[in-house]
Design a protein around this ligand. Structure first.
Ligand code: SF4
Length: 322
């Protein structure tokens, strides 16, 4: 099997400090044993409520934060073992698009400089070749060369995200981690950016990890979807299977909250989750979801359910899933 990225048992723990002495009083298990794979040319949606560890997972893969433990195997290379210097070529192949197009672009830099900087750092073009490449990239994301001589604040949110995409693509990456790239944008603009990312994927054969807090956002762009809850993956499946037949009670609840046009005349039952997401400092024992699960049984607060394959690569971490 041709695997582009293989993440195994990734953990990212952060110390919790208190008081003037900044004493360590505990730890947040932001990512607690996450495993998944990304195949060439596919989009893996990574979905969950805020604080579930999806963004930390994305950042750990790129080693923007050094993972506590686990394996990150990209094209057969163990990234977790590499020094910052050794990571350099992979920093080019793996790019990230950030959530907030307002703060991720340096306001004092011209668009031209924002996009040309990575080209120069990685020696991908020289002289007039840099200009040519910048204009190509602007064209690719639906902007034009006139935009090169402007500053980020002169653009709308959607256009700024296009600039962010152009910057990420400047180094010809193979894997792009899209970290909630449309969450900060107006709903009317979201579809435009998602369509753009889809077109670019087809044209440039990119693979995406598409992080979102809402299952409806990733529905059309994802080939497979992984759902996270409190630092763990609770379900992974091919999109069509996940949306049609979610196996994990948490996924079922998330899906029931998506407004959908009525097809069969049957009214979809909204599953209301009890309470808030528990604190990641002291998550519930056993299945993290048991405090909010309508099917919870005694075993659920005792034993961590394994992420097991229910057939056709549909995995769920629930004692009751069949
Ligand atoms: Fe609910 Fe138990 Fe399944 Fe967790 S393991 S999702 S608490 S039924």
């Amino acid at each position: 099997e041709n695997v582009l990225l293989d993440v195994r048992n990734l953990k990212q723990y952060f110390p919790v400090k208190k008081g003037v002495l900044q004493q360590v009083v505990g730890q947040v298990k932001a990512v607690d044993g996450v495993s998944f794979r990304v195949f060439p040319g596919e989009t893996l949606g990574l979905v969950g409520e805020s604080g579930c560890g999806k963004t930390t997972t994305g950042r750990s893969i790129l080693k923007l934060t050094e993972p506590t433990s686990g394996e990150i195997i990209y094209k057969g290379q163990h990234l977790e073992k590499l020094s910052p210097r050794g990571m350099r070529p992979f920093r080019r192949e793996m790019q990230i698009i950030f959530q907030d197009p307002y703060s991720s672009l340096n306001p004092r830099m011209l668009v031209y400089d924002i996009i040309s900087e990575p080209i120069k750092i990685h020696h991908l073009a020289e002289g007039k070749g840099v200009d040519k490449r910048v204009y190509e990239l602007l064209d690719l994301v639906g902007l034009n060369r006139k935009h090169a001589k402007r500053y980020p604040h002169e653009f709308s949110g959607g256009q700024r995200q296009r600039i962010g995409v152009a910057r990420a693509l400047a180094v010809e990456p193979e894997l792009v981690i899209c970290d909630e790239p449309v969450s900060a944008l107006d709903v009317s603009i979201q579809a435009q950016i998602i369509n753009l990312l889809e077109d670019l994927q087809n044209e440039l054969h990119l693979s995406y990890i598409f992080i979102a807090h809402d299952l409806s956002v990733v529905k059309h762009i994802s080939d497979r979807v992984a759902v996270m809850y409190l630092g763990r993956i609770v379900e992974v499946a091919v999109s069509s299977a996940l949306y049609a037949e979610p196996k994990h009670p948490y996924t079922q609840a998330l899906l029931s909250a998506i407004p959908e046009p009525q097809v069969s005349g049957m009214k979809k039952q909204r599953i209301l989750l009890q309470g808030d997401v528990p604190s990641p400092i002291n998550p519930p024992a056993g299945c993290h979801f048991h405090t909010r699960c309508r099917f919870a049984q005694e075993v659920c607060s005792r034993e961590v359910p394994a992420l097991k394959d229910l057939g056709n690569g549909h995995l769920a971490a629930c004692h009751l899933a069949k």
